[in-house]
Design a binder for this molecule. Structure first.
Ligand code: BGC
Length: 420
């Protein structure tokens, strides 16, 4: 499959790369990214191989740190210094922020040649289009609101996968009594926010989620439902082990894999870790949507290309060639199988996907139809970087202190006001 993806460079793509870069260009692309865990590395290497095998040169610039906050700091510094990377991971409204700052390259030629409007669903193309033009290329769809469960650990306390938050708490208390860590968690702001938004969808439902986490409506932010969300976060704090602070998300996944904890709440990039360790879904681990009353929290990765006025011909040719390869069916399949996500592209066969992938695909369709699919706040899909920063600050402060839920909602409303 890899070789096919690589050889499948369309004539149009090659031609535009050559035209952009001149006949002697060696298409070169510097890629700033944060996909450094086991599964993430396998996934991004699919694109690196595709570029290299099509005659280009991939220059890798990884910045460790899940969720991308560390990479985003490096990105800002580099852009301010006039040294932007060729390509980087940008998502959701952040794409619009950079496009409006005039920082991104025009992708219209590649989009037309590769017929992106025909092969991408509006759900994803709308996110990356600014003024009707592609400012980034959607790569996949991740579901955020998953629970990853070790079935043996669950069986050891005669437990069942919880379908409500009350059941979750009862199970977690039982695990604690048996001396087992119920929840594998890494205490980093984006991981706290991931857990928080999953609880917010679970307890409040999609309408509440939208009002509070997308529209940042102050009434929703200080509502009784939000108090209940912080109350549940306080309970969750009691279900993590003593060493959770600062732990990387993939190490938390390993805890579930090894039976050192029962469950992790994390998006399906966690599945990439289980698969990279040769674990089988449904046998070695269980994927189950976290308790909710319907809904799906969407996170879609996309790549954007920076427009560097000093870019060499090679760099311009590199970005055109890469952009033309990202949405080939073969690259989409191979990338998403490693990443734990499902393809951005329409019409890809479901056959290669496991039960978690198929469940994700089914639930996207169902929640889109019922209007219950919501964009992830924690993963930069829902709101401005400033609003997201305000959420992360208060959620983490609450999780790591004895702050009351009432105080947390007041501080949240203030922090959101300041972010406007
Ligand atoms: C990204 C994923 C990534 C995860 C952990 C999320 O925000 O969208 O692609 O695997 O963070 O690094």
């Amino acid at each position: 499959m890899k070789t096919k993806a690589i050889r499948n460079v369309s004539g149009a793509a090659m031609m535009s790369a050559v035209l952009a870069g001149g006949a002697h260009a060696e298409p070169t692309l510097e890629v700033l990214h944060y996909w450094t865990s086991g599964g993430e590395s396998l996934a991004i290497n699919v694109f690196a191989d595709a570029l290299n095998n099509a005659g280009g040169k991939w220059v890798d610039q990884p910045v460790a740190g899940g969720g991308g906050d560390a990479m985003n700091t490096v990105l800002r510094t580099r852009v301010i210094a006039g040294d932007p990377p060729g390509m980087t991971i940008l998502k959701g409204p952040v794409v619009t922020e950079w496009a409006n700052a005039g920082a991104l390259a025009d992708l219209e030629n590649v989009a037309a040649a590769e017929k992106w409007d025909d092969i991408l669903p509006p759900l994803l193309s709308d996110i990356v289009k600014v003024d009707g033009k592609y400012a980034a290329v959607p790569l996949d769809v991740h579901r955020v609101d998953w629970m990853w469960v070790n079935p043996e650990v669950l069986a050891s306390v005669d437990g069942a996968v919880p379908t409500t938050w009350d059941e979750f708490n009862t199970l977690a208390d039982k695990l604690l009594e048996a001396g087992i860590t119920p929840l594998a968690h890494g205490g980093q702001p984006w991981q706290d926010a991931t857990m928080f938004e999953v609880v917010a969808l679970g307890l409040g439902g999609p309408d509440f989620f939208r009002e509070a986490l997308v529209d940042v409506n102050p009434d929703a932010l200080r509502s009784d439902t939000m108090i209940a969300v912080f109350d549940q976060m306080r309970r969750m704090r009691g279900y993590v082990d003593d060493n959770f602070s600062g732990r990387d998300w993939n190490l938390a996944t390993t805890m579930v894999m090894n039976g050192d904890a029962a469950m992790q709440i994390m998006g399906d990039w966690a599945k990439g870790e289980f698969l990279a360790a040769n674990k089988t879904p449904g046998e070695d681990f269980i994927c189950a949507p976290a308790p909710n009353k319907g809904g799906y929290i969407l996170n879609s990765n996309s790549f954007a290309f920076f427009d560097d006025p000093n870019a060499s011909d090679d760099a311009v040719a590199g970005r055109e060639l890469m952009a033309s390869l990202l949405l080939s069916e073969e690259a989409q399949i191979e990338f998403t199988l490693n990443k734990g996500s499902v393809p951005a592209r329409l019409g890809v066969s479901r056959e290669p996907y496991d039960i978690c992938g198929v469940r994700s695909m089914d639930d996207i369709e169902a929640t889109l139809a019922s209007g219950t699919l919501v964009p992830s706040m924690a993963h930069e899909m829902a709101t401005s970087s400033a609003n997201r920063g305000a959420f992360l600050e208060i959620i983490t402060e609450h999780f790591n202190s004895d702050m009351s839920s009432q105080e947390a909602v007041e501080l949240l409303v203030e922090a959101i006001e300041l972010a406007q």
